[in-house]
Design a protein around this ligand. Structure first.
Ligand SMILES: NC(=O)c1ccc[n+]([C@@H]2O[C@H](COP(=O)([O-])OP(=O)(O)OC[C@H]3O[C@@H](n4cnc5c(N)ncnc54)[C@H](OP(=O)(O)O)[C@@H]3O)[C@@H](O)[C@H]2O)c1
Length: 306
């Protein structure tokens, strides 16, 4: 049985806990924490009861037990770190992840902060301690882009990557183009539908600049007249050292013209040529899918230890 500690019990954490308790995956949760409480049981926690407690009282365990306590003391093979993204400091997630790696525990995270800000340091620490650091869920939610790049396309040179990577932004653009909503109306609707995180600042700031640019150019209407539409495209062309995100006019039948909260990535490679992956970029069980995939990968890879 693989033992895991789960830090964060919001949308993603609840999804992970739900999947582990519903499916017979050979995974048990021995430690859990949110921002206010925590609890541990080396024999495995009663997840249904914890989730009920969380929905009734807003906390999952003992208010005297912190997330740091659970990470330092619980008996687990892998830490699942799913706390909010802090794009400026990466904390407290970076500290949580380092503590677990130093204890020679594997780490799986959906948190972009630590990976964007401290990947090299964390990766080196994981290697030194003989454990894995996996982060499939940090990009494009359920879409297995990291695994595809690392294993499915091993041996290929990635010539270019183009992606629709912000589901909230894509939802807004779709609603503006299809229903003629204003940016403000579409943004409000996206918030009401819960597509933005509890603190939507990072999402909205990025969207704001990009979509206002689109609006300024009155580009959606013009694009529509030409049988085209607009998507916010993230682009990486390694050989040219290009990394950029910009609104682009695409033909409506282009593979990257996905609707609503979907994410899409097109990879151009020397051997496989062009591959496009499309799937849910966010969501509780969708993101849990990527985390569970990382955990099962670790279990297979490190079979003798877990
Ligand atoms: N939602 C998605 O679809 C999605 C998709 C891909 C990646 N992600 C990433 O996954 C992470 C989690 O997202 P989410 O949507 O689940 O966020 P969320 O709903 O805001 O939940 C965050 C959880 O972390 C807990 N938390 C906050 N500060 C903490 C701290 N200092 N120590 C321990 N726990 C703390 C919160 O506790 P309380 O419950 O007590 O407030 C809450 O349970 C984020 O980094 C996000 O960017 C999310």
């Amino acid at each position: 049985m693989m033992k895991v500690a789960l830090i964060g019990l919001g949308s993603v954490g609840k999804g992970v806990a739900g999947v582990i308790s519903r499916k017979d995956l050979g995974i048990t949760i021995t430690g859990i924490a949110d921002s206010k409480s925590g609890c541990v049981d080396p024999d495995g926690l009663d997840i249904a009861n914890l989730l009920l407690n969380k929905s009734r009282n807003g906390c999952c365990g003992d208010r005297q037990v912190t997330a740091a306590d659970v990470i330092k003391k619980a008996d687990y093979d892998a830490l699942i770190e799913v706390t909010p993204t802090n794009a400026l400091s990466g904390e407290p997630a970076i500290g949580y992840i380092k503590t677990a790696l130093l204890r020679k525990k594997h780490v799986v995270t959906s948190n972009k902060g630590p990976i964007a800000l401290a990947y090299k340091e964390l990766h080196t620490l994981a290697q030194k301690n003989g454990v894995a650091l996996r982060y499939e869920a940090t990009v494009a939610g359920a879409v297995p882009i990291m695994h595809t790049l690392e294993y499915g396309l091993a041996g290929n040179e990635i010539l270019a990557l183009y992606g629709v990577l912000n589901g909230t932004c894509n939802y807004i653009l779709t609603r503006m183009a299809d229903e003629g909503l204003t940016y403000e109306q579409a943004l409000m609707e996206a918030r009401e539908m819960g597509y933005a995180e509890a603190d939507p600042t990072y999402d909205v700031q990025g969207i704001d600049a990009a979509i206002k640019l689109v609006i300024l150019a009155d580009a959606l209407r013009l694009a529509d007249d030409e049988g085209c539409t607009i998507r916010l495209i993230a682009e990486a062309i390694p050989r040219k050292h290009i990394l950029r995100v910009s609104p682009r006019i695409l033909e409506k039948n282009h593979p990257l013209v996905v609707d609503g909260t979907l994410n899409a990535l097109t990879l151009e490679t020397d051997l496989a040529k062009e591959i496009t992956l499309i799937g849910k970029g966010a969501g509780s069980t969708e993101t849990a899918s990527a985390i569970i995939g990382d955990l099962l990968f670790i279990r297979d890879r490190y079979a003798r230890r877990t």
